[in-house]
Design a protein around this ligand. Structure first.
Ligand code: HEM
Length: 529
């Protein structure tokens, strides 16, 4: 068994501290393009330019002007200008120079980038019918099992059915009520672990991420399968995996895999050229995830066959939903696990980082909690009475939007945005980070300042900051994320005083597909009386 496990690891099973590859990987595109040689490049350049020319002259645009272009290079377009690991920053800088909507070329693909709230709303609602599909990168195609999940599917009947299922059993108001004991257990467990660590935290700082992430995974398993999972034998791989290892296969690997760059994404007409190492890496990731999910599903199918039913997503999908293929079942059960374990943790960690950095704001929040709860526990019912806590949550989503660029949308018929003609075949990037940094809407946007939401004098709706997207593709888990993050932040501030272990100034660097803090927050915590 141990040998099989070692063999599996050697084949690339787990890699900690692996090198990040985002658009930095575009450098490889340059190398690849050079490798094809000048003659070939010129040939493609000619066909590329003629294609672009026809697109912009093509029908459907009426008299509307084309979207302003960011100047780039022939053939490569703007690829080399996107080497920065955080393209949302580059997009936002370009918005200052070229306006809130512009078009860029990533190789042979035209992409329109939107950086303002009004334009995003236009794309979410008014023009949605022309922009409701997705054209996935090679990596996302493999990892989403070719759109077999809610978030990556086109907006069609399949998507609507899946989203309905998810809301009915997992994330809608009734389902959230039923899963309440699991969220309460999460808050309780985090509190207990922090109390255990507090006495030594001035020597050994507390890494909230480790605790929170593991509890979120527990929650995700309870909601998806009815109970937590400590370890499991994976028949297809011949190994037993611990919870940490399962987390790596189900959450960390796919998050990293999703940002792997295959140069053929930028030059679709070169798709016939093999890129075996890329495909093998992603396929391995997919197979490992599938093997783990299959093992867990098998275990629970046996439970259900034996007559034991639990309040869980798998019980719902197998009894109430229309029949699903094995591939669909695997993907639908995996999706909320990765979604639960990632963005809520990112938001909570950023909020706690900002509060630990700012003793006055921390005190203000503590005073609010005390005045509402007195000697009683914080419960979800009391959250609506705490406007400052809500403001902390929304300001964190604004300043540190966990999904800084929405998954790309595909324009499938000629349309318009902001008074410009956008031809069919264009990719659309909605830069949520850019929208949340828009100076006309947010004063001093770089500054994390929850007070800005208090002056609004009205309740804050979940779409105020664009962090959950909008329209028909609005995040299905927004309410769950809000409940977990607010209840946990409230409880952690109520029970402890937080300060950063090393307050060495701003540390707002991010990592990966979602805007995870690059360096985990390390804090010293002191129990309050
Ligand atoms: C703070 C936490 C979260 C943030 C900021 C967030 C953000 C987002 C964003 C930006 C989208 C894309 C919308 C689009 O493409 O237009 C999305 C989609 C989605 N999210 Fe979340 N999310 C969070 C938590 C969750 C949780 C906890 C779940 C489930 C357990 C979840 C489930 C989904 C699903 C299913 C979709 C696809 C919706 C669709 O395509 O119709 N999210 N989320």
């Amino acid at each position: 068994m141990r040998e099989a496990y070692l063999l599996y690891r050697l084949r690339g099973g787990y890699r900690r501290g692996k090198e990040l590859k985002t658009l930095e990987g575009l450098m490889e595109v340059q190398t690849a393009a050079m490798a094809f040689g000048g003659g070939v490049s010129l040939l493609f350049l000619k066909s590329f330019l003629s294609h672009q020319h026809h697109k912009y002259q093509g029908g459907g645009g009426g008299n509307l002007p084309p979207v302003p272009e960011v100047p780039g290079l022939p053939f490569l377009g703007n690829l080399l200008q996107l080497k920065e690991k955080r393209p949302y920053k580059t997009f936002t800088e370009w918005a200052d120079k070229y306006g809130p909507i512009y078009s860029i070329k990533t190789g042979a693909t035209s992409m329109v980038v939107i950086n303002s709230n009004d334009l995003a709303k236009e794309a979410f609602v008014t023009r949605f019918d022309s922009i409701s599909t997705r054209k996935l990168s090679k990596a996302l195609k493999i990892l989403s099992a070719d759109k077999t999940m809610v978030a990556m599917s086109d907006y069609d009947e399949y998507h609507k059915t899946l989203k309905r299922n998810l809301l009915a059993s997992f994330l809608g108001p009734d389902a959230l009520k039923k899963h309440r004991p699991h969220r309460d257990a999460l808050a309780e467990n985090i509190s207990n672990q922090l109390h255990d660590l507090a006495p030594n935290s001035s020597h050994k700082a507390v890494n909230l991420r480790n605790i929170f992430q593991s509890e979120l995974l527990t929650l995700a398993f309870k909601q998806t399968f009815g109970r937590d999972l400590e370890s499991i034998y994976i028949g297809d791989l011949g190994v037993t995996m611990t919870k940490d290892e399962i987390f790596e296969v189900l959450v960390l690997d796919p998050l990293m895999g999703a940002i792997e760059v295959d140069w053929r994404d930028f030059f679709p007409y070169l798709s016939w050229i093999p890129n075996a190492s890329f495909e093998e890496k992603l396929e391995q990731m997919h197979l490992r995830r599938e093997a783990v999910m299959k093992a867990v599903i098998q275990q629970h199918k046996k439970r259900i066959d034996s007559g034991e039913h639990l309040n869980s997503y798998i019980d719902y999908l197998l009894s109430e939903a229309q029949p699903l293929t094995e591939k669909q079942l695997i993907m639908l059960l995996w999706e909320p696990i990765i979604q639960t374990a990632d963005t809520t943790m990112i938001t909570t960690e950023w909020a706690m980082y900002e509060l630990a950095k700012s003793p006055e704001k921390q005190s203000r929040l503590y005073d609010e909690i005390q005045s509402v709860c007195g000697s009683e526990k914080i419960t979800e019912e009391k959250l609506c009475k705490m406007p400052y806590l809500s403001a902390v949550f929304h300001e964190t989503l604004r300043r540190h939007s966990p999904v800084p660029i929405l998954p790309l949308r595909h324009v499938h018929e000629n349309t318009e945005l902001g008074g410009y003609h956008v031809p069919s075949g264009t990719e659309l990037a909605i830069n949520i980070y850019g929208c949340n940094m828009e100076r006309e809407i947010w004063e001093d946007p770089e500054n994390w300042n929850p007070e800005r939401f208090l002056s609004e004098n009205k309740s804050i709706d979940l779409q105020r900051t664009m962090a959950f997207g909008g329209g028909k593709r609005l995040c299905a888990g927004a309410m769950q994320a809000m409940l977990i993050a607010c209840a946990s932040i409230g409880r952690m501030i109520r029970e402890f005083e937080w300060r950063l272990k090393d307050d060495t100034g701003e540390d707002v660097t991010t990592l990966a597909l979602t805007a995870q803090k690059l360096n985990p927050m390390l804090a010293v915590i002191k129990p309050r009386n």
